[in-house]
Design a protein around this ligand. Structure first.
Ligand code: FES
Length: 610
């Protein structure tokens, strides 16, 4: 102390810890500029990030623990990347990588990407059926979008139900939204032959049951069918829905067919990221894309690609979410006169990789456009019309994509059947069926549920032949519950051994998009809801007439009334989501959505919680 007396204390700089780094250098913890007030009202994300108060502090500060600098919260569009990645959804197993490419595009365009997970629905593993959870996943998507500081959304979709669940949930919010499909797997190949996912399983299983294929060969095919990242590469439900995304205008041109492992799939992801930022800036909402015209285009496109019957249920539900009037009858009126142009399994022989090389969906749409079968002025997510997007689209292989004048199959689209067995409708996909069975009258062989079917179908004593009509009950929305894909019942072995490959089958179930056969599906009302289907008995005669759109149970009303009095409804779930589902699920002709989810609640910012 004595030594220091009379001297001036040395000038001491603020401790480094105060600033983090020496002054005059850029620091991550420097006092920040206030968020400009003028920016606050521009985007909904600013309700979280744009205030200079405790709400803004909380919104920004916790996000910064991920390393984001302060200037990212300056009012630029926040893009939610809705990701259905899951190791239990193998078709979407590459989606983390895909999301990174979307982020590149978002950053490039001046946006702020934020990836978030939602319930992922894997078709092959989820039990009792992934369809039970489509509406639950859509609720997750809707609420996740609305509850978060998101201005625009990219939907990453692949495996069957991940596409409709994301579209439905996003539609109920109606923000600027763009769909990006994950792409199909490369072609399967086994014993030097093309092997399609799904379709090949059904065929090989029948061959094994008929004694034409050994179990060892059947098991060897496992490793040869699904040999790359991506979703099923047949024109099953996943590929169909990816085509629907593109035909609806909800994805960039080329979305449907680029294989998952092709570099151009990642280019597509990057361009999608760029585009969603522009969509937010121009406030191009989902409801401006998903118009009645867009759905009409999608229905015709579905016929031309030989698409899945599942698209019927999913698009009906989606239309109801976004407020577009669409009915089961529209599928018949608009699509049933459209020929199938695409020679892909299960209706034909090629696979999605071939489809992409041949020109993909733009080449198909161009054929429809040339016949004036499309609404060319329907707006798409890139800000151009569908007509502009497909102008001059080439086709490189006419064995894969036929011309409209020389179609692959004239019988296409979805035929909607009615009659006393299906007063509210049923559907059949003629391109996957056998024309010689399209007008058929046969004796009913009835299975009360899928367990009953599995228990008896291989019984040599089962009283059945190829002229019979196999009837399966209690597999509809309430009955399964979840409307399982079991409508394409495998044929009895004693019929298969005769070389018979198809029989008429009728149920309230759905059918995998990769499956085939003369299969009447989605019978409504379903058996578990007390539909006439519940009253069918062994030996009743059933008439199917696809051309006349008839499905008739030849039993008089008085007899049906007597049977109804004796009918006992099947037991229903009593707790949890399954109870909520069966209490509120709509029938197939309404899209099998939950009644309280029809429509939307918009994207208004929820009230503050702090
Ligand atoms: Fe995922 Fe077929 S199992 S698309």
């Amino acid at each position: 102390m004595a030594q220091s007396q009379g001297r001036r204390a040395p000038k001491v700089s603020p401790p480094l810890a105060f600033w983090g780094v020496p002054r005059n250098r850029v620091s991550v913890v420097r006092p920040h500029k206030e968020i400009p007030v003028t920016e606050k009202k521009k985007l909904r994300s600013q309700a979280w990030f744009g205030a200079n108060d405790i709400q803004g502090f909380i919104g920004r500060s916790w996000m910064k623990n991920q390393g984001y600098p302060h200037d990212l919260f300056d009012g630029r569009p926040v893009i939610g990347i809705c990701n259905t990645w899951s190791e239990l959804t193998p078709c979407n197993g590459h989606f983390r990588e895909l999301a990174d490419w979307v982020k590149r595009g978002v950053w490039e365009a001046g946006g702020f990407p934020a990836e978030f997970p939602v319930m992922s629905l894997g078709e092959t593993l989820l039990r009792p059926t992934s369809m039970l959870f489509r509406n639950l996943a859509s609720m997750d998507v809707e609420e996740s979008i609305r509850a978060n500081p998101i201005d625009g959304v990219v939907l990453l979709m692949g495996c069957d139900k991940t596409t409709p669940s994301l579209l439905m949930g996003a539609a109920s919010c109606d923000l600027p939204t763009i769909g990006l499909s994950g792409g199909p797997m490369l072609n399967g190949r086994f014993q030097d032959k093309t092997l399609g996912s799904g379709t090949g399983v059904w065929q090989m299983s029948e061959d094994t049951r008929a004694g034409k294929m050994t179990t060892a060969e059947f098991l060897a095919a496992e490793s040869c069918m699904n040999r790359s990242k991506g979703h099923c590469m047949t024109m099953g439900t996943a590929s169909t829905m990816a085509c629907m995304v593109e035909a609806l205008g909800m994805g960039l041109p080329g979305n449907a067919a680029i294989p998952a492992v092709d570099a151009r799939r990642y280019t597509q992801a990057q361009l999608t990221g760029r585009r969603i930022v522009e969509m937010v800036k121009s406030d191009l909402k989902m409801s401006q894309i998903l118009t009645r015209k867009a759905f009409e285009n999608a229905i015709r496109a579905n016929a031309a690609i030989g698409g899945s019957t599942n698209a019927v249920v999913h698009l009906l539900a989606l239309a109801a979410r976004i407020g577009v009037e669409l009915s089961l009858k529209d599928w018949d009126d608009l699509g049933s006169q459209v020929s199938c142009l695409v020679n892909l399994q299960p209706s034909g022989k090629h696979l999605m990789e071939d489809f992409y090389y041949a020109g993909g969906l733009p080449a198909v749409l161009k054929e429809l456009a040339d016949k004036k079968l499309l609404n060319m002025d329907a707006l798409t997510v890139n800000g151009r019309t569908l007509g502009e997007n497909i102008e001059g689209a080439p086709c490189w292989n006419r064995d894969v994509i036929h011309t409209y004048d020389a179609p692959f199959k004239a019988e296409a689209g979805i035929a909607v059947l009615q009659g006393n067995l299906a007063p509210n409708g049923a559907v059949i996909k003629p391109s996957a069926g056998s024309p010689h069975l399209f007008k058929h009258r046969g004796r009913a062989v009835v299975f009360e549920n899928i367990e009953d079917f599995h228990h008896r179908i291989n019984d040599e004593a089962l009283d059945v032949d190829e002229t019979c009509v196999m009837v399966l009950k209690n597999c509809g929305p309430k009955g399964y519950p979840g409307m399982a894909e079991v409508g394409n019942m495998p044929l009895p072995p004693k019929v298969l051994r005769k070389g018979i490959k198809d029989m008429v089958r009728v149920s309230d179930a759905r059918m995998s998009g990769t499956a085939y056969g003369t299969v009447v599906l989605h019978v409504s009302p379903e058996a578990a809801a007390g539909g006439v289907l519940a009253l069918v008995q062994n030996g009743d005669m059933i008439e199917l007439d696809v051309a006349a759109r008839r499905l008739v149970l030849e039993v008089d009303d008085a007899t049906l009334e007597m049977r109804r009095k004796a009918w006992v409804p099947p037991p229903m779930p009593t707790r949890g989501y399954a109870k909520l589902y069966v209490d509120h699920v709509l029938q197939a002709e309404k899209g099998a959505d939950l009644d309280f989810l029809v429509g939307g609640s918009g994207a208004a910012v929820p009230r503050e919680s702090h």
